[in-house]
Design a protein around this ligand. Structure first.
Ligand code: NG6
Ligand code: CA
Length: 542
């Protein structure tokens, strides 16, 4: 006999079958609450979906990579590197082919991700030095703040790069404001990037393993007397710099910025992936014991420079250190998922997998990234890369995974990392939102193929408009190609207009042949972005 049930009932029944597997008490209670409300509403013949969307509180994890390209994940079907664990998320979840980071560089993207605010609204949102003050205002709305209000415990583990303190940080005292002042209950971070000093971990505002007898000093302009640099003592280097990266030497690697002291607190580059993985695993194991759901922003450092795979991964990809650290990151993701599974949390956890900006090969060190790339295509079919206004700068791997709840599939909906704030607020029953962040929960859950209509992307202070299938890049001064990194930046004396549906690689500029479309795009761009009297900063990589 066949029993026919409505979609909603089918959903409830499938949830009932899940109860047995639920270890996390709060999920169970939330679930029972939801079921109660929903049954009540069902009796009243009202739509239950809205209620469900508003009150389910899964754990939420962002697995966020640094400079991972659209073509670096094998599930995207374009590169040759094999990433089985990233594929497990991409093929077992909803894989977006039009998913964007808000910017083609790190700090602005992370700012947008956490605040749901376009980075071009904040003139300080650019690649930050390790001494930059906190970029997010402590009164600003953030995803962790919203989720805290909804009963979540919140944590960030990994790369921060959003500034710390209020200027002139004393690294030997409590460092504040930082992540803990913008919504995170727990933080275990590296301050800026792996190539920038200070090369230490910071937990809840304190440098880990700091010996008070050997205080840390950091300066981005002047070296400390007698301290070796890549210029004065090149024989100390185990990795050679190509451009920039010739200041203090830590673990044989020349960095950006000068640092003195803090010997005992310095991280081991080779162990960094294991270190953050241990942190993430312990955090999850600890939270699994609790009644509250959790939000973890797990920000991996790979494949950003300096690429320092653990010896276990050295040589494994055949593509040099860039490929090796990608295999390392892939392994890390696999291990982390195993932990979620072992803790019985996988069915009750939504995972957002993405990257802060597009790929780059030579980003300042001689590390064979160019020489050994072979047939691999980190940007896939997309033009440009990190720093670029062309698609590869911001269009990145973007996956929503929630075992048993989000149906595996592929979505062409245009979604951006800006939209997570309003969408996750809606998911967890919060009324909060931000003007630039759209509630695209239906698209993220795979219930709709409709995403945003328009999005203004940013690349080192320049901006461009994507609307529908079209992209318009206004004229910008500056080199067409950044020679050090060999990336086409999107600069041109002329307007550029591309139809991405027909020409994903942006080969045919239609600005001349489609004047009406161009005009429409310019008008919409000005409407969103404001009048065109903006100061553009030239990208400087040296
Ligand atoms: C650039 C660095 C590059 C990288 C980037 C930030 C030089 C020459 N280049 O200035 O190596 O650190 O900043 O990358 O210093 S991001 O992904 O954090 O935005
Ligand atoms: Ca980055």
């Amino acid at each position: 006999m066949e029993i026919r049930v409505s979609q909603e009932w089918e959903f409830f029944l499938s949830q009932i079958l899940k109860i047995k597997e639920m270890k996390n008490k709060s999920s169970l209670l939330t679930f029972i609450g939801v079921l109660g409300i929903s049954l009540f509403q069902a009796c009243q013949q009202e739509s239950k979906e809205v209620v469900l969307d508003q009150v389910i509180r899964p754990n939420i994890i962002f697995i966020y990579l640094d400079d991972l390209g659209y073509g670096d994940v094998s599930a995207y079907g374009v590169g040759t590197l094999q990433t089985p664990n990233m594929d497990m998320l991409a093929n077992g979840g909803l894989r977006f082919t039009n998913g964007y980071a808000a910017s083609a560089t790190c700090s602005p993207s992370r700012y947008a991700l956490l605040t749901g605010t376009y980075p071009w609204r904040n003139s300080e949102a650019k690649i930050l030095p390790g001494t930059a003050p906190l970029l997010i205002d402590t009164t600003q709305l953030t995803i962790p703040k919203i989720l805290k209000q909804q009963g979540y415990h919140t944590a960030v583990i990994g790369k921060w790069h959003l500034g710390l303190g209020a200027g002139n940080v004393d690294w030997n005292k409590e460092i504040s404001p930082g992540p803990n002042q913008v919504g995170f209950d727990y933080s275990h971070i590296l301050a800026a990037t792996q190539d920038r000093v200070p090369t230490v971990y910071i937990q809840d505002g304190k440098v880990v393993n700091l010996d008070p007898n050997h205080p840390i000093q950091v300066d981005y302009d002047t070296n400390f007397e007698g301290e070796p640099t890549a210029i004065s003592d090149p024989e100390l280097l185990t990795m050679k710099w190509h451009h920039g990266h010739n200041n203090s030497i830590v673990n044989g690697i020349p960095r950006i910025g000068f640092m003195k002291g803090g010997e005992q607190a310095k991280w081991s580059d080779l162990d960094m992936a294991d270190h953050f993985l241990d942190q993430a695993k312990s955090y999850v194991a600890e939270r699994a014991k609790s009644d509250e759901p959790f939000f973890l922003f797990y920000a991996l450092q790979q494949p950003h420079v300096p690429r320092t795979p653990h010896p276990r991964f050295e040589g494994r990809s055949g593509m040099g250190p860039r490929g090796d650290v990608l295999l390392e990151a892939d392994w890390v993701i696999g291990e982390f998922i195993k932990t979620l599974e072992a803790q019985g949390l996988l069915e009750n956890t939504m995972i957002v997998f993405s990257s802060d900006n597009g790929p780059v090969l030579n980003d300042g060190y001689h590390d064979d990234a160019v020489e050994k790339i072979g047939d691999h295509t980190p940007a896939g079919p997309l033009k440009g890369g990190k720093y670029s206004l062309f698609e590869a700068g911001t269009r990145v791997p973007f996956v929503m995974y929630w075992k048993g709840t989000i149906k595996p599939g592929v979505s062409e909906a245009m979604v951006t990392q800006l939209d997570l704030l309003s969408s996750l607020a809606a998911l967890t029953g919060s009324e909060k939102s931000s003007p630039d962040s759209q509630n695209l929960l239906d698209a993220f859950m795979g219930k709709s193929q409709k995403g945003r209509d328009a999005f203004v992307m940013e690349a080192t202070s320049r901006t461009a408009l994507r609307a529908g299938d079209w992209i318009m890049i206004p004229p910008y001064q500056g080199p067409e190609v950044e020679k050090n990194v060999n990336i086409e930046l999107g600069n041109s004396a002329e307007y550029q207009l591309f139809n991405l549906k027909e020409d994903i690689s942006q080969t045919k500029n239609l600005a001349q042949s489609k004047p009406e479309k161009l005009q429409e795009m310019i008008l919409l761009f000005e409407e969103i972005r404001g009048p065109n009297d903006r100061q553009i900063q030239q990208l400087e990589l040296k």
